[in-house]
Design a protein around this ligand. Sequence first.
Ligand code: 8GP
Length: 800
Amino acid sequence: MKVTKKEFKEKFEKRLQDRFAISIEDASSTELYETLGKVIKSYYSSDWKHTRQDYLNHEQKQVYYFSIEFLPGRMLKSNLLNLGMLEMVQEALVEWNIDLEDLVQEEPDMALGNGGLGRLASCFMDSLASIGMPGNGNGIRYEYGLFKQKFVDGYQVELPDEWLNQRNIWEVRRESKAVDVHFGGNVYLKESPTGQLKPVYEGGYSIKAIPYDTGMTGYENDTVNTMRLWSAEVTEEDKINFQNFEDRKELENLTSVLYPDDSNEAGLRFRLSQEYFFVSAGMQSILHYYKSLGLPMTEMNKFIAIHINDTHPAMCVPELMRLLVDEEGMAWEKAWDVTTKVMSYTNHTIMSEALEKWKISLMKEVCPRIYQIIKEIDRRFVEEWSHVFDPELIERTRIIRNKQVHMAHLAIIGTHSINGVAKLHSDLLKSVVLKDFYTIYPDRFNNKTNGIAQRRWSQISNPLLSSTLDKYIGKSWRKNADDLKLLLNHADDKKVYADLAKVKKENKKRLAQYIKETKGIEVSPDAIFDVQVKRLHAYKRQLMNLMHIIKLYLDIKENPDLDITPRVFIFGAKAAPSYHFAKSVIKLINETANLINNDASINGKLKVVFLENYNVSLAELIIPAADVSEQISLASKEASGTSNMKFMLNGAVTMATLDGANIEIRDVVGDDNIKIFGLTEAEVYRYYNEQNYNSADIYNNNPVIHRVVNAFIDGTIPNSRMEGQEIYDSLIKYNDEFFILRDFMSYCEAQESLDADYKDKARWGKMSLTNIAHAGHFSADNTVRKYAEDIWQIEPVRKG
Ligand code: 8GP
């Protein structure tokens, strides 16, 4: 789209005038932001309409990405960038003495997700549009996003995220597309006059599902896809149908809050109702659309692909069966054939506590017809395979087992494709976690290594790096991230290293300023910025990072002349509100930070900063400033990780275990440009098999470890007696579930070697450059193309 500055300014002034009856000088940032949003929307609205029409006219196969979480972050700048207007608008605003950054701050960070899985969904939305693929999002419009985190006395406190208090300028309410979702009651089957069994519903209640659509703009290609988020509304008329007040309240609030748990999923009725709500609403609207095409129902798979992002939307399978069999009168076998061809599923974690299971009694209560259909799917599964495989294997893989409905089993049995999110993870699914299913359906399993929205994580978050890259390799990388490889032509050029270092320093200053403002801590941009930002989870081992900090602190106390490069350790992490251990780790990091930051005797060689409320916007500030990216999960536990990719794109060097996508990062950058340490996945499994891990032995025999672990209980870290004891017990009494003590010395060695590399400017320059140059490998554009080809069979319609 080509919009001149003059046109833009006229339109902007007119909008401001029409909406607020004021001139630019009198307008507040909020009014300016809202006006800018409206103007941007007006620029893409016709493309949005045309994109939809194009898909319709071409009877184009479309994918619907069902995800209970989306984490788009702020959209103002990404929309401007995608429309090719960012620089022009920045200039125009400057002419009015307005800083675009001030308006950016007005936008709430749309945080409708917990972490990796939700952010991935949003990266995919961006890429689908940017490569011109017909892709839609389908999720929940939570009124409260993920809680806002504050620290009080070092403890995490959760505050509500009332993001919708300020109006969401990007969404469009589409009342005319509302559907009803039925909950509860009883269902029995009755023979119809034609001899078919039809469900008869007794009681229960319906909730109105209202869709709110948000345009997903593609990068400079006039494509605008749709992310559809559903909101629950109860009409006055419906209210009479509720048997009791509690039911009514619960359902009225169905889409009010995002379940604030990352992986310790508690089986709550509320959550199950949310899942059924967005699944049923989305499936009904897709079917409605498909019927409008007037094509045979049996060919639905040629026009529609539905992706189940983790198991939360797994009820898409029985819901489509319900619609085809109950509503459309299709025979079960035909409906099953279509359903499995339409559906595909991604698994995002091997942590068994995150594999969802629902009590049968609960599912019967919330969505009784869905339960009946699942039971029938399960019955047929057993019938089909029990003559082929060992009965025990069939018993283990059934959907309904031990009075529970296993959602991953449903997602596997009901789809044609199951993928993991990095090579190692996909291999572990086949060899361990879903081994039995791999025996039954070997062809369904595949890998799709995650990717990131390259433009957000470079052009938007790191404009300085972007213009430096333009200077050396031209601009093609902005569209095609593989062209970052052109930087390798400068792999030995010290001038380029110096320029990249200059950019890094500026970004560090920007972050240092934020740290000063928000935490009151002074940090030097000459220090190494060593960053770990991600959800707080035991397997991610923030605790090991903390132990390394404690070790350095004790080393410096013992030897004040110790020759180490000053380091600033930066953390960002939210803990699930009910995750006690994770909250204790937060408290300990905060207390250690207090201790170290206020100890003048260490001469500022170490600083520790725990930034509050880590979210997408904060990530955009932190990641460009990082020298070191901490990706230190126990090998085999992190499915992929995606911040590792964002950091490398921004020139940080990864401190990594051989886990998740770290392995693939190592493969592309080479051993010299990454710091690998710790157990391999095979070694971890050997410990499991031989059951011979003994953390107390390590503790008793290694004086360094002994000293660091004791710091948790001997008063070294103040104000944290209880938490310290708890951590100590987790490491010693409960045998250190994630093998921190086993990996600790290897971690410290890797850190020492990193320190030495950092001192050598040329060496570090080359490492950093090599990481940037290879980051295109992890562009979500590439990942999504692979999904499109191998799983969804969709093609770009619009110019990509
Ligand atoms: C995350 C994985 O932990 C991470 O390794 C991966 O990069 C990311 O998904 C995207 O694939 N998993 C989750 O966010 C997750 O499992 N969330 C729980 C609610 C299921």
